[in-house]
Design a protein around this ligand. Structure first.
Ligand code: ADP
Length: 483
């Protein structure tokens, strides 16, 4: 299979528009999680490489070759990036599937178009975000300017690699910044493919750099005195380290972190539809999503009917070869992730929750894990409080709206939530009561480049997507003139 896929050379770093050897000449072996076979050797960027990338990013910014370009021209180039991703979608999806273990079909119809859409969408904002003239006393003329934040450091996770890279790079570039991307160590391939495309399309040198490596590389970017802003997606634990690391230099920080999102099924829901939404809500991408609907709250009067249909639907999902067309669930991304999921399932068992489905590895050599359903879970149990980031769902019952909201909000996270009801008033009432950045009603995981996305509580700071996502990469300057 690997023979058919053109793997980018990941042995160099992409800095200043050139492919350079890492200062310490260190590398690591990147693994295909569906087969536990090596894919390629990937360079590790060290502190000296980070410093070099920051210097060229600063020089690129100062040269105004990008930031000073007519905004519409920046937008046009970003649009072409989007178009190129669409033209090469099959190759990129194959790389993404190989690197992450996710089904090829999902990468082809999900990750890649979404990433392309981010470049197209934010390209459109490049000449639409502007300042304003303010109604100050008549002897003054006061206006605001939206300027680039400066040098942006982006640290991203492995679950949607190209999509995450696009959600950071596209708005940052649209607003005239330069950016240094550190892909996750598990999934560097599409970041390199993207760097190749940016180079090919003539993005000025130094505006985007790609520095692969582990947490230390990310930490070096966070600590660097000449980086102005960090944009991070990943675990809440690392998000906290990043905030601490950014404190010394008071960098701007936006964080899109973990979740323990509730999917709430009311007694007046369309149960068939709810079953489908709850199933993909937890099992899409092997459950490795910050928005995963990993807690299912079902009204006690429909619990049995719902569970019967849900278990029937979930049991149809069999983890298998990510490249096969019919596969709806691939492999977990790494051994570490496989161990983490296995341990949480053991914790759930020990805490007395009932395993109604799955609860162990799937067939094959890769890191396959069966779709798993826990029933009779008490809200205070660890499997109902902590993010597992795998195909494991904790189900529980509630008696009324008040109790549903108390359980739904009774976690430290607040990223997403789902409501299944045909009662319009209830839908709005519960949407108001949920402490989460996104509320889906009778749908789940409907994520758009156009819509703001981010968390309440320990799910993060800031909103990506929409106008908010573009504005994250701007600094506001006020100019006041005495006339
Ligand atoms: P996950 O738990 O989903 O693997 P992490 O939050 O550990 O996600 O990692 C997300 C990204 O953060 C990866 O690119 C990883 O290398 C990076 N990272 C890990 N630790 C640090 C750190 N201390 N500082 C900066 N980046 C880090």
């Amino acid at each position: 299979m690997i023979a058919d896929i053109s793997i980018p050379d990941c042995s160099k770093l992409f800095i200043g528009g050139e492919w350079v050897t890492p200062d310490q000449q260190k590398s690591y072996s990147n693994e295909n999680p569906a087969r536990r076979e090596p894919i390629n050797e990937v360079a590790i960027a060290g502190a000296a490489d980070v410093d070099r990338a920051v210097q060229v990013a600063r020089a690129a910014l100062d040269s105004k070759e990008w930031a000073g370009m007519p905004a519409a021209d920046r937008g046009r180039l970003l649009w072409r990036v989007g178009q190129t991703l669409r033209e090469r979608a099959a190759d990129l999806a194959a790389l993404e599937s190989l690197d992450t273990g996710k089904p090829f079909v999902e990468a082809l119809y999900g990750d890649i178009p979404h990433a392309a859409g981010a470049f197209e969408y934010f390209g459109g904002w490049s000449n639409k975000i502007s300042g304003e003239v303010l109604p100050v006393p008549p002897r003054f003329f006061d206006y605001t300017r939206r300027e680039p934040v400066g040098v942006v450091g982006a640290v991203i996770p492995w679950n949607f690699p190209l999509q995450m890279a696009a959600m950071k790079i596209a708005p940052a570039l649209a607003m005239g910044n330069s950016i240094i991307l550190k892909p996750a160590e598990q999934t560097p391939l599409t970041a390199f493919a993207l760097a190749g495309i940016l180079e090919e399309l003539g993005l000025p040198a130094g505006v985007v750099s790609v520095l692969p490596g582990f947490g230390q590389t990310g930490a070096a970017i966070v600590a660097h005195a000449d980086v102005d802003k960090i944009t991070f997606t990943g675990s809440t634990a690392v998000g906290k380290q990043i905030m601490r690391g950014a404190a010394d230099t008071l960098k701007r920080v936006s964080l899109e972190l973990g979740g323990k999102s509730p999917n709430i099924v009311f007694e007046d829901a369309d149960i068939k539809r709810a079953v489908r939404g709850v199933t993909t809500g937890i099992y899409y991408n092997q459950g490795q999503m910050c928005t995963a609907g990993s807690r299912v709250l079902v009204h006690e009067s429909v619990h049995d009917a719902f569970m019967e249909a849900f278990l029937a639907e979930a049991s149809k999902i069999r983890p298998g070869d990510p490249m096969a067309k019919e596969t709806r669930m691939g492999a977990l991304v790494s051994e570490e992730q496989f161990e983490r999921v296995s341990q949480y399932v053991e914790i759930g068992r020990k805490e007395g929750a009932n395993v109604a489905l799955g609860g162990g590895p799937g067939d094959g050599d890769g890191y396959f894990y069966k779709p798993t359903v826990f029933t009779d879970v008490r809200p205070e149990q660890r499997i109902a409080q902590e993010e597992i980031f795998g195909p494991v769902v904790a189900t529980t019952t509630f008696a009324d709206e008040e109790e549903a909201l108390a359980i739904a909000n009774g976690v430290t996270y607040g990223l997403a939530s789902g409501i299944w009801t045909n009662n319009l008033s209830r839908a709005h009432r519960v949407a108001q009561g949920l402490k989460a950045g996104t509320v889906w009603v009778n749908t789940y995981n409907a994520l758009w480049n156009e819509a703001p996305f981010g968390g309440y509580k320990q799910s993060g700071h800031g909103r990506e997507g929409g106008r908010y996502g573009a504005e994250l990469y701007t600094e506001i300057k006020n100019v006041c003139i005495y006339i």
